[in-house]
Design a binder for this molecule. Structure first.
Ligand code: ARG
Length: 615
């Protein structure tokens, strides 16, 4: 804070922090400018300083200025905004930091003085290093992020992959901004499918295969028994149709599965023991896969962990508050009086067994008891929009005062996804395919390939990057087509391209060999070219990009930013050479490149990627 106040004293501002609760020039150097401009503009415009500050925004490109103020945003009644812009531009005093603003239409444009900006931004990055970017706005707050949540026994599909990638990123983002993050995996480890699996395992299960590869073997068993259940169901249907009667049964295997699950819910030791093993072996396997994606969980509570008591308590509350009613022996919530489009939902079946929705209600209540969260995020595919809306509505109707702290971060589908095993997708297979494809691509460049120390490992890291970047490139809600060839290409905005940009910067750093302390002392006024200014400006925007991402909760906000930066870099290498230049100029440019490498590294890590130094 002291050094910050010193900086701001230079601007003639004595108490900046008291005025802008959101501003943090120590972490976000550009805030020095925002604070300064707001202080000067407030008396000129007669508008409260707290309104001027957030109205100062970055522009898309340099010609339009650095920060821009849209005069209409200040809502001054009865005055022509274009005239105001001109008037204010004239009144803005001369100063050593910002050039005189210009008025264009209803906009007021501010241009930073280049050398001041470079010094402020680059020294901030080089000294804060991996801490540059996030701003501690979440101190003392806790967020539960529920993501991935695969169903044991059923395949880990593309939806789980997306949830894993997006949820991992959001957890990192909140954590970096000072939040206490609880990473939660709500395993689909309860429900009638376990009855089916139990019955299936008795018929087709193999101990040996189970120990060797639990996730795949359980899936095999599940597919085999499901086929029989389906066949029997069809046969029953046909039989009933023949006799002209209503179908009363789904066949013997389905009945058996039903009984198995009923026994599980009523605590049968034999059934529970079997289920427990399936669960434990699967979790172990999942953990290994998650760690490949740099993810670890704090809580593996699954659907099975939701206690009977909490569900019964919820059931009682719903009944007493008139939210639920009986219908045909089942308990139903009719949402129509509150929100028509939510329809009706069953919360308890005729035989008393619970449902997905029932378990979610109990789980939410238990999570609040346990974590007293300030926010809880469900990272779940948009196919479950209705389910989550119903869940949130029930919690709201129950008048739980934390019900408005929940949010659903949804996403679209992955189309055309398949792996070596066909269209059923296992995360491990996808990553292995990406690794092999990447390895193949790398081999094409024989010279370079020979220099890579551990090409298998590098191919693995870049393959993962390829899969993850493809997933995070578009808006969450958009569907995308899984395209192995495109995502592993070095051309276009792909994962390999991003890794390449990082390794190129690392290579320049290795060759120049200037220590960071030297870079901090560089003469930043030598960075005069537009290419340099554009890069500095881009690096300066990173903290704002992260603050914005906390609002959008879109990984693409960060991904797009990183690609913008790598494009600026590609076009700079020829203009801003480091090697073979005069030492002072070399040092200044190296400070710029090293700052870029640091920001790229920080951004990639936030996305859950492992940046490589050579490839
Ligand atoms: N296991 C579920 C599925 O695969 C996803 C769980 C979503 N989270 C929740 N709280 N309902 O469809």
């Amino acid at each position: 804070i002291e050094s910050l106040n010193e900086q701001l004293n230079n601007f003639g501002i004595s108490e900046p922090l008291a005025l802008f609760p959101d501003s943090n020039p120590t972490a976000n150097p550009v805030d020095v400018y925002r604070c300064y401009i707001s202080h000067v503009l407030a008396p000129i415009t007669g508008v409260d300083i707290g309104l001027v500050y957030p109205a100062l925004e970055w522009t898309q490109n340099l010609e339009k200025g650095d920060l821009i103020l849209a005069v209409p945003r200040l809502r001054i009644p009865g005055k022509n905004p274009a005239e105001l812009a001109r008037e204010w531009a004239e009144k803005f005093p001369k100063n050593p930091y910002v050039r005189p603003p210009t008025a264009t239409g209803t906009f007021l444009r501010f241009y930073f003085k280049k050398d001041v900006l470079s010094k402020l931004v680059l020294t901030s990055i080089l000294s804060r290093k991996s801490a540059y970017g996030p701003i501690d706005t979440g101190k003392g707050k806790r967020v539960v992020v529920e993501f991935s949540s695969p169903n044991i026994a059923k395949p880990f599909h593309a939806g789980h992959l997306r949830s894993t990638i997006i949820g991992g990123f959001l957890s990192n983002l909140y954590e970096s901004c000072g939040w206490d993050v609880v990473r939660m995996n709500y395993l689909g480890d309860w429900g009638k499918q376990f009855g089916i699996l139990g019955v299936g395992y008795k018929r087709f299960g193999s101990e040996e295969k189970l120990l060797e590869d639990p996730v795949n073997h359980l899936f095999e068993v599940y597919v085999a028994i499901n086929k029989i259940v389906e066949q029997e169901k069809e046969a029953e249907k046909a039989k009933a149709a023949e006799k002209g009667q209503k179908q009363i049964s789904n066949g013997p295997s389905d009945q058996e599965a039903h009984e198995f699950f009923f026994k599980m819910e009523n605590g049968s030791e034999e059934c529970i023991a079997m289920w427990k093993r399936f669960r434990e072996l699967s979790i172990e396997k999942y953990k290994a896969t998650y760690s490949r994606l740099n993810i670890s969980y704090d809580d593996y509570s699954g659907e099975s962990q939701v206690s009977k008591e909490s569900m019964e308590r919820a059931g009682k509350m719903m009944r007493e508050m008139g939210i639920s009613s009986e219908s045909d022996g089942a308990i139903v919530v009719d949402f129509k009086p509150h929100a028509k489009k939510l329809g009706k939902a069953v919360v308890q079946k005729k035989d008393g067994t619970t449902l997905y929705l029932t378990r979610d209600i109990g789980a939410a209540m238990e999570r609040y008891e346990k974590y007293k969260f300030d926010k809880m995020i469900y990272v779940v595919a948009c196919q479950q929009d209705l389910h989550l809306q119903q869940l949130f509505m029930i919690l709201k109707l129950l008048k739980l005062d934390w019900a408005d702290r929940l949010s659903h971060v949804n996403f679209g589908m992955v189309l055309g996804m398949s792996s070596r095993r066909g269209t059923v997708v296992f995360l491990d297979d996808i990553l292995a395919d990406a690794r092999d494809k990447m390895h193949e691509v790398m081999r094409k460049n024989e010279e370079k390939y020979k220099q890579v120390e551990d090409p298998e490992m590098v191919a693995d890291v870049i393959g993962r990057t390829a899969v993850m970047i493809q997933d995070m490139s578009g808006k969450r809600i958009n569907n995308y087509t899984f395209d192995m060839a495109r995502m592993t290409s070095f051309e276009g905005d792909t994962g390999p391209y991003l890794q390449y940009a990082h390794s190129r910067l690392s290579s320049i750093q290795r060759k120049a060999g200037i220590p960071t302390e030297e870079l901090l002392k560089a003469d930043f006024s030598l960075l005069t070219e537009d290419h340099a200014t554009n890069l500095v400006r881009c690096l300066a925007q990173y903290p704002d990009v992260l603050q914005n991402t906390l609002k959008t909760l879109e990984p693409t906000t960060v991904v797009t930013y990183l690609f913008k930066m790598t494009h600026l870099l590609s076009s700079s290498y020829d203009v801003l050479r480091v090697l073979g230049e005069e030492p002072k100029l070399s040092a200044a440019r190296m400070a710029l490149y090293e700052s870029a490498r640091q920001v790229l590294n920080n951004g990639m890590r936030l996305l859950g990627l492992t940046p490589v130094d050579r490839m």
